[in-house]
Design a protein around this ligand. Structure first.
Ligand SMILES: CC(C)(COP(=O)(O)OP(=O)(O)OC[C@H]1O[C@@H](n2cnc3c(N)ncnc32)[C@H](O)[C@@H]1OP(=O)(O)O)[C@@H](O)C(=O)NCCC(=O)NCCS
Length: 201
């Protein structure tokens, strides 16, 4: 079997990162990253009071089939053995196979540097090749930052309960906002790196 692709990119401040698919041996890395997350970030990501990850949950988060469940991690190339900067994933909905629910987690210490954008752009590049046309985020209403960002990318929202269901339809239209134009540019960069990694592999 060929090695999983590794994409080499830089954050807005030039910091080097690698994006690569999550593999089962990332369990300890993921558990260590979860331990470093603030209570707020845990709540926003897991929409509840998840304080530990069980073995079964860790297995679920790391044993990825790459088709119905896709997950990539962002590794800090200055500290490649550290837990990494974050993870983006999507899981196909059984009731609507062209839609997948996505989630993003960036360690608090790495937030606001563009890691989330790289991870979501990567998901938006990979999703169509798996037959996914809509990336759905289920976002807590208090997560204004995420809801504003998704709206700037053109997502539509629904839901009357505690959480908003936000649908990002692919392809993303760069004309929707400056953020969307910037996002589509990041997607192009990622697509180029993915092609390069696939040719090398
Ligand atoms: C939400 C999250 C994934 C964003 O990741 P990040 O690496 O910090 O985000 P980025 O630096 O890539 O910025 C993404 C967007 O948010 C905006 N943003 C960044 N920091 C911000 C802040 N403090 N306040 C408001 N907006 C902010 C950026 O401007 C960017 O939008 P733009 O492209 O329109 O300018 C990250 O904060 C996180 O993991 N939060 C906790 C878990 C969570 O909320 N997950 C989402 C549930 S699906």
């Amino acid at each position: 079997m060929s090695d999983p692709p590794v994409l080499r990119l830089t954050l807005r401040d030039g910091h080097p990162v690698a994006l690569r698919p999550v593999v089962p041996s990332d369990r300890d890395r993921l558990a260590a990253g979860f331990a470093q997350l603030s209570a707020d970030s845990r709540r926003l990501r897991f929409l509840g009071s998840v304080s530990t990850l069980s073995d079964a949950h860790l297995r679920y988060l790391t044993e990825i089939d790459g088709h119905d469940h896709v997950a990539w991690g962002a590794i800090d190339l200055h500290e490649p053995d550290a837990p990494g900067f974050g993870v983006g994933r999507f899981v196909r909905l059984t009731e609507d196979p062209t839609t997948a629910e996505f989630s993003l987690t960036v360690l608090d210490t790495a937030q606001d540097h563009g890691v989330g954008q790289l991870l979501l752009a990567l998901l938006a590049v990979v999703a169509p090749s798996k037959g996914i046309r809509t990336l759905r985020g289920v976002v807590g209403r208090e997560n204004e930052r995420m809801t504003r960002w998704l709206r700037r990318l053109g997502a539509t929202s629904a839901g009357s309960g505690q959480d908003l269901v936000m649908d990002l339809h692919l392809p993303i239209d760069p004309a929707v906002s400056d953020s969307a134009a910037d996002f589509v540019e990041t997607m192009e960069q990622i697509r180029g790196e993915l092609d390069r990694a696939e040719q090398d592999g």
